[in-house]
Design a protein around this ligand. Sequence first.
Ligand code: FES
Length: 526
Amino acid sequence: MEQRIVIKVFKSIDSRNSLVYMSKGDNLLDALVSSNLTISNECGGMGTCGKCMIRLVEGALDISTQDRNVLSEHELAEGYRLACTAYPDRDCTIMLCSRTSDDFKVVTETLSYNAIKESSMEVISHSKTFLHEKNSYALAIDLGTTTLAFAIISLRDGVIIDKYSANNPQRIYGADVVSRIKSSNEGKLKMLSDLIRKGLRDGIYALLAKADTKMSNLEKIIISGNTTMIHLLMEYPCDNLGAYPFKPINLGIINTFSDDLIGLNDRIPLMILPGISAFVGGDVTAGLLACGFYHKEEPCIFIDLGTNGEIVLGHKDRLFVTSTAAGPAFEGGNILYGVGSIPGAIYNVSFKNKILSYNTIDNAPPVGLCGTGLIELVSELLIEGLIDRSGLLVDRYFDSGYPIAGMKLIQKDIRELQLAKSAIRVGMDILLKKLGLSYEELDEVYLAGGFGYHLDIEKAVMIGLLPEALMNKVKVVGNASLSGAIMSLSDSETIKKMQDIISSAEEVHLSNEDDFNDLFINYLSF
Ligand code: FES
């Protein structure tokens, strides 16, 4: 007979426990998630991100190979384990100690308020068909892999009334699109779809309450997102997104209604912006629109350092686009103490007289390292000689990790950053070669993504994320996807501009390029 196991779960020392029932041989993380206990799962249960850490209080749990890779001897002795590699064979009592999704509720990194505002003002001044009705509003939404960003716009004068952001609730199924596609293909498509629809509903209600306006005042909703997020929202099967032939079900503009798609009570026209390919979605098209690529005479480069790392290079007549396997490191994903740009995230690090100091977002007590903090810490450790050019921590910190604010940067975190920055640099080099240009010939560099907001460009150059030649050409544009969605609220001409961008885009698959491997290895070093 199947042996039933009871896991007593405490969320914190002083909380009441929950009981989770499972069978011998079941995975602990799966059992916790099925019992609605939110626990971070950024690597999709691969045992690499360390975010699903629990602490065994009573009972026994074998130590897995992944436990040994991610946790220190001391932590193992204290009973810490990764839930994703734990298979209890008897009753246990555990405490959740990873950051749950709740910690990500107040996310602001996806919005660069001024960039959006400027963009929308530009639209207003050029738009002929902008609505001028009193009390009518529209919503722009960036459906990101990590975060959801919302903005409410007055259609009377085009001003951004308010904004709101939240964690993408699908994050419990992994931090990147690959993990989500895997979950979808394993039969969880409906669950992922329901989660994101609810996330959008909740965000819209929260924003309307914040802006003190009613649903009935909304005229239109526009959503931009990468191809996988849109597939999951539409409940399209993702089988062909994660494997050859990488063929999306639908890349075009989708016109529907809010009640049909996301279950709002009111029937509001809802439009989803068009994408370019399985890898380069409507979020990038929207970003290119916001940065004005439809009229660029001179070659420019657009880099979105979000979870997917998309790069676009070119001008109005010809654009090369690609998506790199940069992973979520720039958003704190797969980093042991990595977090999004939330209050308390360390975003700035410096050494003065060998003493480390740091700043956190909103000056809140430190909770982790966001992408910018990671870049800053690594660049400072390089300067101090505590990391060598190959990325190795000096012996003293090799096993224990480098301590910061009661947390630590471990060797694997540095590797994650190296892989991510190398993927971006290789992508930039290969696209540049396609256009037959040098970095010196580029006019402007648009750096999009939530983390760009606090980024010190010099430090990004120092770790090799950006070439020195681009140092003075970088424009940090924040959440360009949201800016593009806001611009698209204006008139049909904007949609035509997006379609022009799409028709001039040519996709490049980096792994098909002969020099990909050599370049990738070359750029791993600092
Ligand atoms: Fe367990 Fe990432 S989900 S280590």
